[in-house]
Design a protein around this ligand. Structure first.
Ligand code: FAD
Ligand code: FES
Ligand code: MG
Length: 304
């Protein structure tokens, strides 16, 4: 895996004698409250990526590295799609970028792709922003000839994303909201339980979303011995397997999500440890956001 330098004639600028490659945003769109989608021109990554993989980007040269799943990509146009929730300084700053802006760098595709094969019936579950990473998996599983039953959910209707896209790639789609404002009133795990109780035969569950959601889904499927994969999102720094920040425990073994994952057997994941490690820098993240807002950062586009 290496840094991939990209760009077309319109995205390569000259700075003195040095060639500076930038990644242009060809479309910036709001998908839901605090959820945004960027389409970025990155032909080398768009050509190589497979479902389940992610990129790491930096908004500018001072920016921190942000891992984001490749929600979709088109090899022909060279455009890849990322979808993100604004949860802190860097994602809020990323959300200020507009069509025509660019980001400083983008590496990928990273991570081990989803194992896609024809196995029968696959249930794809996406909770909240987790719908974005589960979408390419559902699409690939369907293309491989599986029956794809998808369950997507959000806290409330305004936060639900990609409903139409998921409907298109699924054999059947069920939707839930925690507050009952749309679809089934309850959690995606409740819908899964109903599907199981109806006697549906399931060969594989792929579940992506907040850790508590993935943990509950795994508890539901463990009782029925249904193989379940989850995609983990610990804090990542280098994304090369060197720094150790994305360390998780799976089946009693230490694994690095950036190079060994991001997908693992959900029945083997130590979720309690994952949650603890995800919260390790809360004070610093709060400070970074306060400093950014104090500077009027949200109005500054791609510059920090
Ligand atoms: P901060 O205020 O810095 O942090 C908020 C919370 O986000 C932290 O408490 C921590 O749990 C998490 N976080 C912070 N920094 C990182 C980091 N470097 N790496 C991972 N998590 C971090 N989010 C999406 O919205 N869409 C996606 O498609 C998506 N895909 C991901 C794929 C992978 C493989 C991983 C590891 C994470 C993914 N995330 C995704 C999470 C996303 O990277 C974080 O939300 C983002 O980095 C937060 O940055 P921030 O500065 O805005 O928030
Ligand atoms: Fe550094 Fe995975 S992010 S080892
Ligand atoms: Mg941050």
């Amino acid at each position: 895996m290496a840094w991939i330098e990209e760009g077309n004639s319109s995205s390569v600028a000259s700075l003195g004698k040095e060639k500076v490659v930038v990644f242009q945003i060809v479309e910036a769109k709001v998908l839901a409250t605090a959820v945004k989608q960027l389409k970025i021109f990155a032909p080398e990554i768009a050509k190589k990526r497979k479902p389940g993989q992610f990129v790491v980007l930096r908004i500018n040269e001072e920016g921190e590295r942000i891992p984001l799943t490749i929600a979709d990509a088109d090899a022909e146009s060279g455009i890849l799609t990322i979808i993100f929730q604004e949860v802190g300084k860097s994602t809020i700053q990323l959300g200020t970028l507009k069509t025509g802006d660019s980001i400083a760098d983008l590496i990928g595709p990273l991570g081990i792709p989803t194992h896609v094969e024809k196995i029968g019936t696959v249930v794809c579950i996406g909770g909240g922003i987790g719908i974005a990473p589960v979408y390419p998996i559902a699409k690939a599983m369907r293309e491989a000839g599986n029956m794809v039953l998808s369950i997507i959910g959000a806290r409330t209707k305004d936060l639900l994303i990609l409903e139409e896209e998921m409907r298109k790639v699924s054999t059947a789609l069920k939707v839930s909201t925690d507050d009952g404002s749309y679809g089934y009133h309850g959690f995606v795990s409740d819908v899964l339980q109903d599907v199981i109780d109806e006697g549906t035969h399931i060969d594989l569950v792929a579940a992506i979303g907040p850790v508590p959601m993935m943990r509950v889904v795994c508890n539901v499927t463990r009782n029925k011995n249904i193989k379940t994969i989850v995609s983990l999102n610990p804090i990542m720094v280098d994304a090369t397997g060197m720094c150790g920040s994305c360390r998780v425990t799976v089946g009693g073994r230490t694994r690095f999500v950036c190079v060994d994952g991001p997908e693992f057997d959900g029945h083997e994941v130590n979720f309690a440890e994952l949650v603890k490690r995800q919260r390790a820098y809360l004070d610093q993240e709060k400070q970074a956001l306060e400093f950014f807002q104090h500077q009027g950062g949200a109005c500054q586009g791609g510059k920090s």
